[in-house]
Write a protein that binds this ligand. Structure first.
Ligand code: V47
Length: 353
């Protein structure tokens, strides 16, 4: 059947259909994506007031796309103490943050306690702050490093106060591409297994996709479909986050950065393909704030948060080293014709601005 007919009938699309969507012009694609977006979220654009913390950049893995991790010889390597992390949270709590988003490199020297106890310390001192922490890649690393099962790590996370899991480490699920860009770290199957276990504990998580490097359009659709399949079973994903690859300071020599057209098409296609994931996040740190706002017309309904400081994408050239202040966010969303809605980490509405 013609792809436009399928879109008109709101049919669930398969891999072939998904690839065909990229051949539609951006405006047509946007029309269908926006129709779904408005049915689910009307004109609301979600954001949260959060603080990203990246406690260490020492990593035993060597992902080709990563500009953040430091090798042992790197003079800029760092590992924050718990006291330093607590100080960051204390300072940020003055800005009324509702979430800390904690993602680290895979540091084999700190011990498991360093990774886990900080969550308990944050929860004890700031019980109202949601802790979103440990990607599936970190969980896999900790499980191998300390010979514990995924379930053991997940139970410890829950015991120590982790509320939800971020979506990092998914990269691209296609095994061939994955081997080339991040061979050796968590596999696609393991990434999905870890999120499934987390969801089975009644917890929520996000899912990312790193795109605009050496993957093809087909690989992106395949990635979305693997997530859709798991979501059919667990319903535990809150948001899908397409991360735009930042090209600087890394080993993937990508000559032509992905175009704004391709980025918007990818958001729109994610909205159409992922009929069971409620939120599509245009994460402004990798898309730029301006494009994240335009993306609200192309299927996205979220821009992430104020962030305050970001180290992973900014190391690769993104202009997200500093965050966006709350009032600026609200004005930008409003001036773009959307209703700014402050949310918590699991998408409860806190305030319509
Ligand atoms: O998985 C690394 C990505 C991710 C680059 O769950 C890069 O709400 C672009 O997990 N260009 C970690 N991206 C970030 C992450 C995240 C971010 C925002 C929101 C959420 C959420 C989670 O950063 C990694 C990797 O795919 N990354 N290098 C780069 N050069």
């Amino acid at each position: 059947m013609d792809i436009l007919k399928k879109l008109e009938n709101n049919e669930r699309l398969n891999l072939e259909d998904g690839i065909k969507l990229y051949d539609l012009d951006l405006i047509t694609l946007g029309k269908y994506a926006n129709r779904i977006r408005e049915e689910k979220h009307q004109k609301k654009t979600y954001f949260n007031i959060n603080r990203h913390i990246n406690p260490t950049n020492i990593c035993k893995d060597v992902c080709q796309f990563c500009a953040y991790s430091a090798s042992r010889k790197n003079p800029n390597q760092y590992t924050l103490t718990h006291e330093e992390i607590l100080n960051i949270v204390k300072n940020s709590s003055k800005n009324d943050i509702k979430e800390v988003h904690i993602v680290s490199a895979h540091n084999p020297h700190t011990g498991l306690t360093w990774y886990m106890e900080i969550f308990k310390k944050i929860k004890t001192n700031f019980p109202h702050i949601h802790v979103k922490a440990l990607t599936a890649a970190e969980i896999h690393f900790l499980s191998k490093q300390y010979q514990l099962s995924y379930e053991d790590i997940i139970n410890t996370m829950i015991e120590y106060g982790v509320d939800s899991m971020p979506g990092g480490g998914a990269e691209i699920f296609d095994e061939k591409i994955r081997k080339r860009i991040c061979g050796g770290k968590v596999s696609s199957e393991q990434w999905l297994e870890i999120h499934k276990l987390w969801h089975e504990k009644g917890r929520k998580s996000n899912a990312t996709m790193l795109f605009g490097h050496i993957e093809s359009r087909e690989h992106r659709i395949d990635h979305m479909l693997r997530l859709r399949n798991l979501q059919d079973i667990t319903g535990g994903f809150n948001a899908f986050i397409p991360l735009v690859f930042q090209t600087q300071n890394n080993y993937l020599k990508v000559k032509e950065p992905v175009t704004a057209h391709e980025i918007l098409k990818t958001y729109a296609i994610a909205r159409i393909m992922l009929d069971n994931i409620p939120n599509i996040k245009a994460y402004w740190a990798t898309s730029t704030v301006k494009l994240a706002l335009i993306a609200q017309e192309f299927g996205a309904n979220d821009v992430d948060g104020t962030i305050e400081k970001e180290s992973i994408q900014s190391a690769a050239g993104a202009s997200s080293a500093k965050g966006v202040i709350q009032n600026e966010f609200i004005e930008l969303i409003r001036n773009s014709g959307f209703i700014p809605v402050e949310r918590d980490s699991i998408y409860n509405e806190l305030k319509v601005w």
